[in-house]
Design a protein around this ligand. Structure first.
Ligand SMILES: O=C(O)CCC(=O)C(=O)O
Length: 293
């Protein structure tokens, strides 16, 4: 039986590992049933799109019954299309998503690293990473490079695979300890969708950690650690979802998602301080609603 002291030793080890690496994988943090409602939302989006394309005679089959990790690709493949965006946002906005973002098992890991006053930053993406797709293959970056004025605070990304992830289907890679050098300078390069660091963060002897993860594992990383997303060389889709958190009160000024940020854990209560209908109202009033697919 695990005692309180075993638990605090374990928590202390995880904190130390996170401080050293800038990221942490918690194995089997969630069960299949915790992820199932969001997977159902995504599957419904795919189904609706399939029927629209079928009705427009763009595809000859709706691919009903095809597995989650194949169907969206089969649909796009038949009409020689690709994802138009690197991630889905508005399309997957739902109570199921909110329940996952505020899931106690997720917030327990966040709390371990930043304490019990936690805000959700408003940033979330479901990523349908298609076979051989450049758009969803992100270069080496630190998240603060894409989030203005966040480099002096801690912003945590929770990344959850919705299918098992291996190097072959587009795992994430990390440079352990790379957060300690602070935010690097970035520039835009012709033909690249994302800004890249001016100085390459790797050399021939850099330690690169490839994170092979199972559905149910949870990855958490900070805004300064270098990471990238490999090309998906398999014939199936690497679905994942990610969202961001910080200590309540951390400035989110100039971040496009600030209007849908909300407190999700507070030390004085066991309830989530923001109920779903409040977040829904924030979303409905937010100027960026519908700005992203
Ligand atoms: O999911 C991916 O492939 C990339 C995720 C990522 O780089 C991020 O969330 O910062």
């Amino acid at each position: 039986m695990q005692t309180n002291s075993d638990f605090s030793m374990e928590a202390c080890k995880l904190r130390q590992k996170f401080a050293k690496q800038g990221y942490l994988v918690v194995k089997a943090a969630l069960h299949g049933e915790d992820l199932a409602p969001l997977i159902a939302v995504i599957s419904k989006v795919v189904d609706t799109r399939a029927h629209e394309l079928y009705k427009a005679r763009t595809i000859s089959d709706v691919y009903e019954g095809m597995p989650f990790e194949r169907r969206w690709h089969a649909i796009l493949h038949e009409c020689s299309r690709e994802n138009e965006v690197f991630g889905w946002h508005t399309l997957v906005f739902s109570e199921a998503l909110f329940n996952l973002i505020t899931h106690p098992k997720v917030l327990n890991v966040v709390e371990l690293l930043i304490g019990s006053e936690i805000q959700f930053n408003g940033d979330f993406w479901v990523r349908p990473k298609l076979p051989n797709e450049k758009l969803t293959t992100l270069p080496w970056h630190q998240d603060s490079a894409y989030m203005p004025h966040t480099e002096h605070d801690t912003h945590l990304t929770v990344w959850l695979p919705l299918v098992d992830v291996k190097a072959a289907n587009g795992a994430l890679q990390f440079l352990p300890g790379s957060h300690t050098a602070g935010l690097q300078t970035y520039h835009r390069v012709e033909g690249e969708a994302f800004a890249v660091p001016v100085l390459p963060p790797t050399s021939s002897d850099t330690d690169i950690d490839t994170l092979e993860m199972k559905k149910g594992d949870l990855l958490i990383f900070n805004n300064l650690v270098f990471h990238r997303s490999l090309l998906n060389c398999s014939d199936t889709i690497r679905w994942s979802v990610d969202c961001r958190y910080s200590q309540t009160g951390t400035s989110l000024a100039e971040l496009w998602h600030e209007t849908i940020a909300c407190p999700v854990r507070a030390s004085h209560s066991s309830e989530c301080p923001t109920p779903w209908h409040t977040w829904l109202a924030q979303w409905e009033a937010s100027p960026h609603k519908g700005r992203f697919v």
